[in-house]
Design a protein around this ligand. Structure first.
Ligand SMILES: Cc1cc2nc3c(=O)[nH]c(=O)nc-3n(C[C@H](O)[C@H](O)[C@H](O)COP(=O)(O)OP(=O)(O)OC[C@H]3O[C@@H](n4cnc5c(N)ncnc54)[C@H](O)[C@@H]3O)c2cc1C
Length: 462
């Protein structure tokens, strides 16, 4: 019942923390109330990508003629598509079970609540309460779908991401509120499968955190694929009394009513800070998140918090990196702080979006004199061979020293390409060094080298 490290929550924050802690020789336990792998593996990153893959295969089948093949009419049973996605999630969750065993981490199933004196009480499914003690308690309870007061989720007609991943039948029409990564990915999936989708976004651009040119390009591409997009618009109220949903949407031209079978609320997340004992222990929170210092220590010594629970980017790779940093620091290793300016963000719709670093607007606001280079995928041999020429790569360098300030990409495969920019920026690589780094031909990655060359007037293929 006594551990060096107790981790609460087994998402990509918690389970990665537990593994690194065990590697470092700590006697470690992890507590989970639902399924190993957290939101990411069970209801987030992985099952959404499985759905998007089904949609992409369906799209390719229906476009077989574009590849010189005979015309085929793709067809599917919606429950089977959902079932495949759930199967992928379950397989990944089982993989975490194996990793816990391999690393000799005790898995405790139940709902945890922290107490003073670095104790954790766990209530199992039969209501039995057991108390554990840890030298260090790391809280990684993650987050859930945020509910807006005017958009209460009933789980049937007004739904969150969990229901959108497990609907028993395909809706004929859907309103998606919010066009961040989650909203856009679901909009793309359902639209590709044949649902009539309307996206409502409060901000002037969809995927609002991205570089404006990328947002505008994505909007055009998604509209071309059949998605209706309303920006500068907000859902004021919903009426679910009839057969479907009626949403009153405020626009610059006045209120309009949208009707659909289902409304998906994708307006962000709310951290799971309730009922975990924060108040009893005296751990400080602010705006619904747990406050931590640069080593993830909360306001009470011996208690730490990481992942979606704290006010950093709500991404799986961020949660994992925070957990590793946290336990390495506890171990007394020489640890580097996380550079939150070099975190890649990806949206896996079609075309995909990936970026890292400053947008053009941010770079200018920070006072940089910049060099911008762009390369369209229509000029890429590999993209043309793939039949995926929609998109471009945009790179931003500091004109004075050549520092790579930002990389923004839209197109098939860019979510895998963005790691190059992350590593290069970490190594403080300059624009000229990117141009002189020979990229393999034919690959879409050449577009990064060409975009860098374009910034310096040396581009070859345009
Ligand atoms: C639809 C969707 C798609 C996403 N796609 C991506 C993506 O492509 N890439 C990406 O980087 N991020 C993505 N995310 C975000 C990503 O899932 C989160 O950033 C990540 O899961 C956060 O990890 P975490 O460990 O902080 O928390 P979580 O993954 O939320 O895990 C927290 C765990 O704690 C458990 N828990 C909570 N309270 C208790 C308690 N009291 N006792 C015991 N256990 C408890 C929960 O059951 C859960 O398993 C997506 C999210 C969603 C919703």
């Amino acid at each position: 019942m006594n551990y060096d490290i107790i981790v609460i929550g087994s998402g990509p924050g918690g389970y990665v923390t537990a593994i690194r802690a065990a590697q470092l020789g700590f006697k470690t336990a992890i507590i989970e109330k639902e399924s190993l792998g957290g939101i990411c593996l069970n209801w987030g990153c992985i099952p959404t990508k499985a759905l998007l893959k089904s949609a992409q295969v369906f799209h390719y089948i229906n476009h077989a003629e574009d590849y010189g093949l005979n015309k085929v009419e793709g067809s599917f049973e919606f429950p089977n598509v959902i079932q495949r996605s759930r199967g992928v999630a379950n397989k990944m969750s089982k993989g975490i079970e194996f990793l816990m065993k391999k690393n000799k981490i005790d898995v405790i199933l139940g709902t945890a609540k922290i107490q003073k004196g670095k104790k954790v009480s766990v209530t199992d499914k039969d209501g039995k309460v057991t108390e554990y003690t840890g030298t260090h308690i790391i809280i990684a309870t993650g987050a859930r779908s945020r509910e807006l007061p005017n958009l209460p989720q009933d789980g049937k007609k007004v739904i969150g991401y969990r229901q959108a991943l497990s609907l028993p039948e395909q809706p004929k029409s859907m309103i998606v509120v919010g066009s961040g990564a989650i909203g856009v990915e679901f909009a793309d999936f359902y639209n590709t499968m044949g649902t009539k989708v309307t996206v409502v976004e409060f901000m002037p651009n969809i995927v609002p955190v991205e570089d404006e040119e990328i947002s505008k390009h994505l909007e055009k591409s998604l509209k071309k694929s059949g998605i209706e997009i309303m920006t500068n618009a907000s859902v004021e109220s919903v009426d679910t009394s009839g057969e479907g949903v009626k949403a009153t949407v405020k626009t610059a031209k006045g209120n309009i009513t949208l009707e659909a079978d289902i409304l998906l609320s994708a307006v962000g997340i709310a951290a799971n800070i309730e009922n975990i004992g924060l108040e009893e222990v005296g751990i400080q929170t602010d705006k619904g998140r747990v406050l931590v210092n640069e080593w993830y220590e909360t306001s009470v010594p011996g208690y730490y918090a990481i992942g979606d629970l704290i006010p950093t980017q709500a991404l799986a790779h961020v949660a994992s990196a925070e957990g590793i940093t946290c336990v390495e620091k506890i171990k007394g290793l020489h640890v580097e702080k996380i550079d939150y300016g070099n975190i890649p963000g990806c949206t896996y719709c079609h075309p995909e979006v990936a970026s890292v670093g400053l947008t053009e607007k941010q770079a200018k606001e920070k006072g940089y004199e910049i060099k911008v280079g762009k390369f369209p995928l229509s000029a890429s041999g590999k993209a043309t061979a793939n039949g995926n020429t929609d998109g471009f790569v945009k790179v931003i360098f500091d004109a004075k020293y050549g520092e790579w300030l930002g990389c923004h990409m839209i197109g098939e495969g860019v979510t895998d390409m963005v790691a190059e920019a992350v590593v290069a920026r970490k190594l403080e690589t300059t624009g000229h060094e990117i141009i002189k780094s020979i990229h393999p031909h034919p690959t879409v990655s050449e577009a990064i080298m060409e975009a860098a060359a374009a910034a310096y007037g040396e581009v070859i293929h345009i």
